[in-house]
Design a protein around this ligand. Structure first.
Ligand code: TYD
Length: 136
């Protein structure tokens, strides 16, 4: 089973020049899994929180490509909060980690690289159900 210490910050490649910066991301080179889906969160209202679920199989890398937000990670025993505010840092989240995202700065954009297509049956959206699954 995954623990919060498995959630790691990955330094993504950065190509810098006077015209600005560029970060390329390759499946299985810059991140460990094959990217099957990309989505992004934006226009998040002040005070809103996102997430509030865990995934049975899905792995993700979360990047703050603009602005900043916090990711609260929980493995059912321990919690930690990771502040993301750089476009060249990705937070790897393995399966079976409960996560919440909050404290979005104005204009923040959260890019998510996902190992699987969207599948609602892959979610635990009820925290007690998630805790029960951990003990099975
Ligand atoms: P959800 O995963 O709960 O978003 P967040 O974790 O950011 O709070 O998804 C919100 C809604 O969007 C939910 O109805 C499912 C839908 N959705 C898709 O249709 N496709 C996707 O790839 C994702 C991530 C969500």
């Amino acid at each position: 089973m995954s623990i919060i210490d498995d959630c790691k910050i990955i330094q993504l490649p950065t190509i810098r020049n006077r015209q600005g910066n560029l970060t390329p991301i390759h499946s299985k080179i810059d991140i460990a899994f094959d990217i099957k889906r990309i989505y992004y969160l934006y226009d998040v209202p002040g005070g809103a929180s996102r997430g509030g679920h865990a995934h049975k199989e899905l792995q993700q890398v979360v990047v703050s490509v603009m602005g900043a937000f916090d990711v609260i990670l929980d493995d059912g025993k321990n919690k930690k909060t990771v502040h993301l505010d750089r476009a060249y840092y990705g937070l790897y989240i393995p399966k079976m980690i409960w996560r919440e995202l909050d404290n979005f700065s104005s204009g923040a954009i959260c890019l998510v690289l996902a190992s699987l297509p969207y599948d609602e049956t892959d979610y635990y959206r009820d925290y007690n159900e998630y805790l029960r699954a951990l003990t099975k």
